[in-house]
Design a protein around this ligand. Structure first.
Ligand code: PLP
Length: 419
């Protein structure tokens, strides 16, 4: 069996999970590990949450799936309405009130790109087919998302002639710099006639390198996109629903995009589901265009079971315990990870919301670091030169403390002695 980015034999032997409850994974050998990854940003409320379990059971007793072509159902209708009502820009003329339900984050990004290209064709700009972004991003593993991933991290050299050639700015600096803002906006202006959209991860670049940037860059992008008629797409697949301390990362900038992708935590990590939201102006233009509609419609679109669980997850998001919990987790990660700075091979320690990153000056030895982390009773999955955590937003103080201890042990094991 292939595992993600797998090879044979795998770089580490996968651990067998037989159950999960709260923030803990239960392994076949009886060990229990605190999940410091939230199953890749998704399990924000923890596992087997009674409210989500109940929603899944109730829906499975009605219907698990039904096609979405020509049919509709309450779980999807309710979910779409709630997403539109909570999205940036809600209640204004630029509200994101047209919702496309997708099966995964990568598909949500594909759909966002197709929306942008179809929109530009419909408004009489068929030459606008490319995307612009900044380096250091990650948007998924299918071809279009890959084309806007970081060119080095995404190994674009290997895919020359296969991936569409997109327009790249350098990676956004952590702090606000006028010269970078000028470079970024000048690039969009220079390529405006061939650009359908700018796509970025707001505030946090996730799997492309776990870097943070000043939200003010998003306002600059909003302005230059308005000026040039290029659409602005925010990929909030990793950041939506409280992870960074605000409901959406875009809220740090007070900016609404034209198109927004969400996924990962949408179902609290229970089932695969994502969504692409767009403004009414975009939906109207696409509907009036030559195709007469959006050219996308997956078999499992709007899966009722996934929509029902997503609705239950949004109940918990609305309850808003994360609003007090995330700042506490942030403070704890700051204190708990700080000692890693004393290790000579640690380049930087950075924390934002419920995201903590120890950035090393070398690639991690996966086996050594994983062993050190697991020995502390925690699950982390390092990559490249990063030992990092994005814990469930319901973690207790003790659990966050354990995650910090494990991340430090992992960082130590990555050095000369351990690695
Ligand atoms: C994970 C991720 C994706 C891809 O989502 P999948 O569900 O893995 O296809 C896209 N964009 C961002 C920012 C992500 O973190």
């Amino acid at each position: 069996m292939w595992h993600p980015y797998g090879a044979f034999p795998p770089s580490t032997t996968p651990l067998e999970v037989v159950g999960a409850r709260g923030v803990r994974l239960e392994l076949a050998d009886g060990r229990r590990l605190i999940d410091g990854m939230s199953s890749w940003w998704a399990a924000v409320h923890g596992y087997r949450h009674p409210h989500l379990d109940a929603a899944a059971h109730a829906q499975i007793d009605r219907m698990s799936h039904v096609m979405f072509g020509g049919l509709t159902h309450e779980p999807a209708v309710r979910l779409a309405a709630r997403l539109a009502a909570m999205a940036p820009g809600a209640g204004t003329t630029s509200a994101l009130d047209k919702v496309f339900l997708c099966d995964s984050g990568s598909v949500a990004v594909e759909v966002a790109a197709k929306m942008a290209i179809q929109y530009q064709r419909s408004v009489g700009r068929p030459g606008r087919t490319r995307l612009a972004t900044w380096r250091g991003g990650y948007h998924g593993d299918t071809m279009t998302p890959m084309s806007v991933c970081d060119p080095d991290g995404g190994m674009h050299a290997m895919w020359t002639g296969v991936l569409p050639a997109q327009v790249f700015a350098s990676a956004p600096p952590t702090d606000y710099r006028e010269d970078y803002a000028r470079e970024l906006t000048a690039l969009v202006r220079a390529h405006a006639d061939e650009l359908a959209a700018v796509i970025v991860e707001p505030v946090v670049q996730g799997a492309g390198g776990m870097r943070f940037h000043d939200p003010a860059y998003l306002r600059d992008l909003r302005e230059v996109c308005d000026e040039t008629g290029v659409l602005l797409i925010f990929d909030e697949i990793a950041t939506a629903f409280g992870r960074t301390g605000t409901l959406f990362a875009a809220d740090h900038a007070g900016v609404a995009p034209d198109v927004m992708c969400v996924g990962k935590a949408l179902t609290g990590g229970y089932l695969t589901l994502a969504a692409t939201l767009a403004t009414t102006a975009i939906a109207d233009a696409i509907s009036a265009g030559e195709a007469g509609g959006l050219a996308h419609g997956p078999t499992f679109m709007g899966n009722p079971l996934a929509c029902a669980v997503a609705g239950a997850s949004l109940d918990l998001v609305d309850e808003g315990e994360w609003r007090t919990r995330v700042p506490q987790i942030e403070a704890q990660l700051r204190d708990g990870l700080a000692p890693a700075r004393d290790l000579p091979w640690v380049r930087e320690v950075r924390v934002l919301g419920a995201i903590g990153v120890v950035h090393l000056d070398r690639p991690v030895d996966m086996a050594a670091v994983t062993d050190a982390v697991v020995a502390e009773g925690v699950w982390l999955r390092p990559f490249r030169d990063l030992v990092y955590t994005m814990p469930p937003l319901v973690c207790s103080d003790d659990e966050v403390a354990a995650i910090c201890r494990a991340a430090l042990a992992g960082a130590r094991a990555a050095g000369p002695v351990g690695g």
